[in-house]
Design a protein around this ligand. Structure first.
Ligand code: NFS
Ligand code: SF4
Length: 644
């Protein structure tokens, strides 16, 4: 397959071609070798959870050995995927909570409580007293409550109280208000073992509950606590794509998800002592860049450049310019080991729960974080002399990131009257038709970044504000879409006017995948601010992930659906089509229960049409599409009113 068919990222195309010339393998090559992929797996009809199997449903064999039918098998597989995604995000959240608590107690001296305003706000929410108390005392209490959310024996998730009241009532009525994360994940595995839950609707109902434990629990806490520890992001500029690598500096890539590691490496690389060491080996400096979600975290908070998203991870090493790649958890391809072995790059694992055979491991210990980070930086510096030929694609783009809920609130309303009111007003008056979250991974089954960016272009052209997270954000950034100057040229006139007034791009980079919770919080605020209905499901919003890879993306999709949103995925990445009943419930029936639903569309232009249609239907239902009402907001009318 041609490089162009593999990726729409021009830097990636160059590297794909070079890797092919050098006879090196990457994810696209391995995908080709996997073809044709298993049809049973694609349909979700293969069950291998007990030793009477594996069973697969065919025309001839309509039941597994235990008698399980296709609905049970597909629903169970779906539940397990969602639960695994929840486990990943929430275990990340738990690690953050542990470091947070250790920092508050003074046991992790290299981490500090940075955002006390946000700490106080969260403390109030959690019922922790703040008056006349020291910051660390408050943080210890907050940390303990947060940590308990993952495994408390009783009660439901605190963060779920952030949802509008009617949504909470609906969850209660339906019996899916999420309890402790561990409990929901454990129950998912229990229910889906052989001979337990055999009612597909009941299984899918639990898929809602476990997903909500992530969105309104583990992942939301990850975002909150990371903001308090490392600072709540505010808009700032950075650069994105492989052109950020430097041919005369030591290049370090931080790859993975937890800012616990990447924050420390970023700090250590700016240490004078380290810079002096770099000079000694003839390098002009130390350049840290990120890949995947940890990159989003660093760009959001420090303007540190992003070298690429999920499918760029192997290509980055093939530049020959990377002295060290430090990885922690999630979305780290094992294929990195073989490409790293072709270059001088030292690949280092840092999380004790995620090692790679034959790869050096430096355990990231929060009690000694800065020292460990310095050790890693020194390893990189020491490796600079071993560089061979280097080829760095020249391409990079300027990007704006840092749109947290707080910063959006501030930009819209100003410091003294921070408020979503202007956003609500502009949605009501139709200048902004609606809001769409474009999120998730990059999958080699489709040309890299193409669906995210095509969909995003279509949406902003149609005056729909886009909020983006994860690898989709990096995709958009690589094509200039998070940069106001470039993106506003592609934006419909009324959205453009609003963006120019407020000073924001039409595509807001909101962070990593756990930061999808910022979207939930923002939607709740839209409801609270008034004029757009009483519940999240009334809002003219949707989510889309057309290049999904990870089970985490399934979890995110499911918690958005259970929160009342339309979520569109590509057909190829939804392994549910083996069961008509499961498909019908997730695409239709669930909407009657929870107001949200799944949909599939692989073509990004058609997906945009589907989303716009949905948004217009929501606007109609809200009664904000009436011509007369809209006219009230015309400038002429306003002037006429003012004269009277
Ligand atoms: Ni999200 Fe981030 Fe990227 Fe997908 Fe992986 S890095 S947490 S899962 S591939 S967006
Ligand atoms: Fe087969 Fe049932 Fe065992 Fe699944 S649980 S492998 S369908 S016998």
């Amino acid at each position: 397959m041609e490089a162009k068919e593999r990726s729409s990222d021009i830097a990636a195309q160059e590297m794909i071609t070079r890797m092919a010339e050098a006879g090196q393998q990457n994810a696209w090559d391995r995908l080709e070798l996997q073809m044709p992929q298993c049809g049973f797996g694609k349909q979700g009809v293969c069950c291998r959870i007990c030793a009477m199997g594996p069973c697969r449903i065919t025309k001839k064999a309509k039941l597994g050995v235990c008698g399980a039918d296709v609905d049970t098998i597909v629903a169970r597989n779906f539940l397990r995927a969602v639960a695994a995604g929840v486990a990943a995000h929430s275990d990340h959240g738990r690690t953050v909570a542990e470091v947070f608590l250790a920092a508050a107690k003074g046991e992790a001296p290299d981490y500090q409580i940075k955002d006390t305003t946000k700490l106080f706000a969260l403390a109030e929410e959690l019922g922790v007293k703040t008056k006349d108390r020291a910051v660390n005392e408050i943080a210890v209490d907050v940390g303990k409550i947060a940590l308990a959310e993952f495994g408390k024996p009783e009660g439901t998730q605190f963060m779920a109280k952030r949802a509008p009241a009617p949504r909470q009532e609906l969850w209660d009525k339906f019996g899916i208000t999420p309890r402790a994360v561990d409990r929901e994940v454990t129950e998912s595995l229990h229910r889906s073992t052989m001979g337990v839950d055999q009612d597909y609707k009941n299984i899918l109902k639990h898929a809602c509950r476990v997903a909500l434990a992530d969105g309104w629990g583990g992942a939301m806490l990850a975002t909150e606590l990371q903001d308090i520890l490392f600072g709540t992001p505010y808009p700032g500029r950075g650069e994105v794509n492989m052109g950020v690598l430097k041919d005369d500096e030591v290049n370090i890539i931080v790859h993975g998800h937890e800012p616990i590691l990447s924050e420390m490496i970023a700090a250590a690389s700016a240490d004078d002592e380290m810079l002096a060491e770099a000079k000694k080996v003839g390098a002009k400096g130390i350049n840290v860049a990120g890949t995947c979600c940890t990159a989003n975290e660093l760009l959001m908070r420090h303007g540190i450049p992003i070298a690429g998203n999920f499918l760029n991870q192997e290509l980055v090493i093939a530049t020959g310019a990377i002295e060290l790649m430090a990885v922690d958890v999630q979305c780290v391809m094992q294929g990195l080991t073989s490409v790293a072995s072709c270059y001088h790059t030292r690949l280092v694992t840092t999380a004790d729960k995620a090692k790679m055979p034959g790869i050096e491991h430096v355990s990231m210990d929060e009690t000694n974080a800065y020292k460990t980070a310095k050790e890693l930086v020194m390893m990189a510096v020491g490796n600079y002399k071993n560089r061979g030929d280097v080829y760095i694609p020249k391409h990079k783009k300027s990007a704006v990131g840092g749109f947290s809920f707080e910063s959006i609130n501030y930009m819209l309303g100003g410091r003294f009257r921070a408020s979503f009111r202007p956003l609500n007003d502009n949605i009501i008056n139709g200048k902004i038709r609606g809001i769409v979250g474009v999120v998730g991974c990059t999958n080699p089954k489709v040309p890299q970044d193409l669906t995210h960016t095509t969909l995003t272009r279509e949406l902003i052209k149609n005056n729909i504000l886009v909020l983006t997270t994860g690898c989709a954000t990096i995709a958009c950034a690589k094509q200039g879409l998070t940069n106001p100057k470039e993106a506003l040229e592609l934006t419909g006139p009324s959205l453009r006017e609003v963006c120019e007034t407020v000073g924001i791009p039409p595509v807001l980079a909101c962070g990593s995948c756990v930061d999808n919770t910022r979207l939930l919080v923002s939607c709740s605020e839209l409801v609270r601010e008034g004029g757009l209905g009483d519940d999240l499901s009334d809002l003219p919003v949707a989510g889309a992930c057309l290049e999904s890879v990870s089970e985490k993306a399934m979890a995110i999709g499911q918690y958005f659906v259970a929160s009342g949103a339309l979520v569109v995925f590509a057909k190829e990445v939804m392994p549910i089509f083996g069961s008509e009943n499961v498909t019908d419930y997730l695409f239709n029936g669930i909407e009657k229960d929870l107001g949200g639903r799944w949909a599939v569309e692989s073509d990004p232009v058609k997906a945009a049409e589907m989303i716009i249609e949905h948004i217009e239907a929501k606007r109609d239902a809200l009664g904000i599409n009436k011509k007369a009402e809209r006219k009230l907001y015309d400038m002429d009318d306003r002037r006429a009113l003012a004269i009277e």
